[in-house]
Each structure stands twice: as structure tokens, then as C-alpha cells.
Write a protein that binds this ligand. Structure first.
Ligand code: TYD
Ligand code: ZN
Length: 401
């Protein structure tokens, strides 16, 4: 039995992915023997509806001065965050507003507010990406956000009119300290807007690769509303967004400060219909994941027996779960192409597939390529008009296209 990180009720896991390494722990050959592994299991708490990992490695193992994820590498993500900034500005802010971002990465979201000359602060624990933000003139602190940091920020800059966070809140197990910090720094009419991969999409698409060490929570409108209402914050709006393979943007404010949009009730209703509040739904998901593994391994075995060459596209965090869970290594996939310099000439965590540059891929074109960065499918297919082989995906099911 495990204890819910939100409400402390006990729950049992519905799936185990076996031993998993640090998802972004790309490594050199000399470090193969030193990898940290943990058993990755996920459970559903029927008291507060939170789907969560049962254990997570220490945060310093995941977020540090070698964190290899730079948000601004994707043009589509840059466009996405600029229009997010604009939309939130038009709905809730003015030029005198103060904007705080929890986990600002390389400043991809704050750039818009900086360009407008607005007061802003980014809080980012991975120092290499925080430095990249500072180099662009973004005001950033390189630390983990919590209640105490929120107090310090308020002392220095005052109350915040927007606290924003993208693909970060779901990473933080000490969620009550985060919620208290946000609640304390928000101005009376301030809003807390955050987005994360959406549980509904994970269930509907069997996108089990969203489950890896960094993602401790898999949010729904049900669990978000329950969690933050404990801290006096009310879910006033929700919006489905396409990033990271299907995300939800949640807007929260002090209870009673704004009218609740219709979209909230609609999403809550949709979640009931999807079965997100029933344990059986998660048992069914677990079966779907097993099937996905069977089909993926069978396809790779078949291609191997036919002598076809297979590579991968995008050494994503998500791919770590798939490769380790399916037991797929360099025997099946000869290399993975990735544009991130910090990942190149290293090996994938746990399975040790070489990560190579886009140029290497151009010179060593395989017959088949597994699209591990499936969430960037449109952008990638557009960028690779010359690839004459076939693509493989496993979302929403294993197929060749
Ligand atoms: P992403 O799917 O955003 O995240 P996660 O690691 O959270 O699963 O990661 C995309 C990876 O794919 C990143 O390492 C960069 C790489 N990539 C390419 O190599 N080429 C591309 O055209 C794009 C869009 C991404
Ligand atoms: Zn709970």
C-alpha cells in the first residue's frame, strides 16, 4: 500500500514498469555500470482522484547543471508560448502586472513579458537552462520553488498577478508547499495558470510514455480542483492544448474572485464519461499498455529478421520508459537522432542506444525510423521531406506510416 501525496489516503498501484533509470540521464560509456534504477509504479487514489507515481528519485538526480532539455529548441513550442502569453495578458493582465514563472527553463514563456518591459521573475532549478534564460536578459533565480522562495520573491518584488508554469507542476511531489507558495504570492485578482500532460489523453491514447521519473502526477480537472481547493484556490477555467501529445491548461484564482467558465463543468463531465474516477479504467489502461509492448516488440523482431535497419527520432524522456519497459536496446535500434547537443554522442538511459546528430542521421538513413518525439510529429515530418524510409509510431497504437 502507498500513501497519497495529496490526501494521505492509501492506494494500490495499477501498473509497474519494472526497473527504470533517470529518464533524462543520458550517459557516457564509462558510466554504464553506475546507473541508478528504481521500480516505477503508478496508482490511483480514489479519495482525491490523483494518479501518481508511488516513488520518485531524489530531485537532485533529475534537475541539475546538466539537465538536457531546452524548451526553445522547438519552433512550434516558441510559437505556442508566445500566443499563450498574449492570451493570458489580454484576459488578466496589464503592463504594470508582475509575472512569476515556476520552472522557466530557458525563458521561452517569459520572453514575451520581458519584450513588453514588464516586471517578471523566473524560478528554475536546473542551473544550465536558468543560465540560458539569464543570457537572454530574463530575470531568473536558479533554485527550486517552494513556500519559502515564494516569500522571498514577494519581499523583493511584491504580489504576483500571474503565476505561470508549464510542464513543471506535475514534477513536484511536495505539492502542498508549492500550492501554499502560490496562494501566498498571488494578488487578490491574480491568477495561477499551469499546463501539464492531460490524464484523459494518456488514457485515451495509451500514451504510457508520459510516465517517467520526473512526472509524479498525472492531472485531471477532478484532481486539480480537489487539490487546490484545499488551499483556497478555485479552478475557474480549463483549455485543451495540443502540446506534449495532449495537455490541459488550468486557470485558478482565489475562491470567488472570478466567475467559473462553463468549460470547467464540461471537462468534469467528460472525465466522468471517460471513467477517470473509476479504478477499472486504470486496470484497462494497464492491459492496453501490455498489448502495446507486445506489438512494438513483435514489429521490431520482424524487421530485424528481415534484415531491415531501424533507428529512432528524438531521444525524448518519454522514450526512456518505452525502451526500458519493452527491453529494446541497440540490438533493435541502432541509433537515435536528436538535435540536442548535450545528448549527442551519449547513450540512452538504461538501454544504451547511441544518440547521434541530425547530420549523422542524414548520412546513415535507416529503412525504418521510430518516432519517439511523436508529440512533434507535424513539425518533424515537415522538417524531413527527404526521408524515403517508413516511420514507426506506437501512439495511439503500434503502426507503420
Ligand atoms: P520532447 O518530446 O519535447 O520532450 P520529452 O523529453 O519531454 O519527452 O523532446 C523532443 C526531443 O526531440 C528533444 O530531445 C529534441 C528532439 N527533436 C529533434 O531531434 N528534432 C526535431 O525536429 C524536434 C522537434 C525535436
Ligand atoms: Zn489522495
Amino acid at each position: 500500500m502507498n500513501k497519497c501525496l495529496v490526501c494521505e489516503s492509501t492506494f494500490s498501484p495499477f501498473i509497474s514498469f519494472g526497473d527504470q533509470p533517470i529518464a533524462n540521464g543520458f550517459l557516457k560509456e564509462e558510466d554504464f555500470g553506475k546507473e541508478y534504477l528504481f521500480e516505477m509504479k503508478v496508482g490511483y487514489c480514489d479519495q482525491c482522484h490523483m494518479v501518481q507515481l508511488t516513488e520518485q528519485p531524489d530531485r537532485e538526480k533529475m534537475f541539475h547543471d546538466q539537465y538536457p532539455f531546452y524548451s526553445s529548441l522547438s519552433n512550434h513550442m516558441q510559437k505556442h508560448f508566445r500566443s499563450e502569453g498574449e492570451e493570458i495578458f489580454n484576459s488578466y493582465l496589464n503592463k504594470d502586472s508582475f509575472v512569476v514563472e515556476v520552472g522557466c527553463n530557458d525563458g521561452i514563456f517569459l520572453q514575451y513579458f520581458k519584450d513588453k518591459g514588464m516586471k517578471h521573475l523566473g524560478i528554475e532549478p536546473s542551473s544550465n537552462v536558468a543560465e540560458a534564460a539569464k543570457e537572454k536578459g530574463i530575470n531568473a533565480w536558479s533554485t527550486f520553488f517552494d513556500e519559502d522562495v515564494a516569500k522571498k520573491a514577494e519581499l523583493e518584488y511584491g504580489k504576483a498577478d500571474l503565476v505561470f508554469s508549464a510542464n513543471v507542476i506535475c514534477h513536484i511531489p511536495y505539492i502542498h508547499s508549492i500550492a501554499k507558495g502560490i496562494e501566498s504570492i498571488l494578488s487578490d485578482k491574480g491568477v495561477f495558470v499551469f499546463e501539464d500532460p492531460y490524464l484523459g489523453d494518456i488514457i485515451e491514447k495509451t500514451s504510457y510514455d508520459q510516465i517517467y521519473d520526473e512526472h509524479v502526477f498525472f492531472f485531471s480537472a477532478h484532481s486539480v480542483s480537489t487539490l487546490f481547493s484545499r488551499h483556497g484556490l478555485e479552478l475557474i477555467d480549463v483549455k485543451k492544448i495540443p502540446t506534449h501529445g495532449g495537455s490541459m491548461r488550468y486557470t485558478l484564482a482565489r475562491s470567488g474572485a472570478f466567475e467559473k467558465s462553463n468549460a470547467v463543468n464540461e471537462v468534469l463531465k467528460h472525465e466522468e464519461e471517460l471513467g477517470l474516477t473509476k479504478f477499472e479504467t486504470y486496470e484497462k489502461f494497464s492491459k492496453n499498455v501490455e498489448n502495446s509492448k507486445k506489438n512494438f516488440v513483435a514489429l521490431l523482431e520482424k524487421l530485424k529478421s528481415e534484415g531491415k535497419s531501424v533507428a529512432g527520432y528524438g531521444a525524448t524522456s518519454k522514450s526512456t520508459t518505452v525502451l526500458n519497459y519493452c527491453g529494446v536496446g541497440p540490438n533493435h535500434i541502432s541509433f537515435i537522432s536528436d538535435t540536442t547537443p548535450m545528448k549527442q554522442e551519449k547513450f540512452t538511459p538504461g538501454t544504451h542506444i547511441p544518440v547521434k546528430s541530425r547530420e549523422y542521421f542524414g548520412q546513415n538513413t535507416p529503412d525504418y525510423i521510430v518516432l519517439f518525439a511523436w508529440n512533434h510529429k507535424k513539425e518533424i515530418i515537415e522538417n524531413e521531406p527527404g526521408f524515403e524510409g517508413r516511420w514507426i509510431t506506437y501512439i495511439p497504437d503500434v503502426h507503420v506510416f
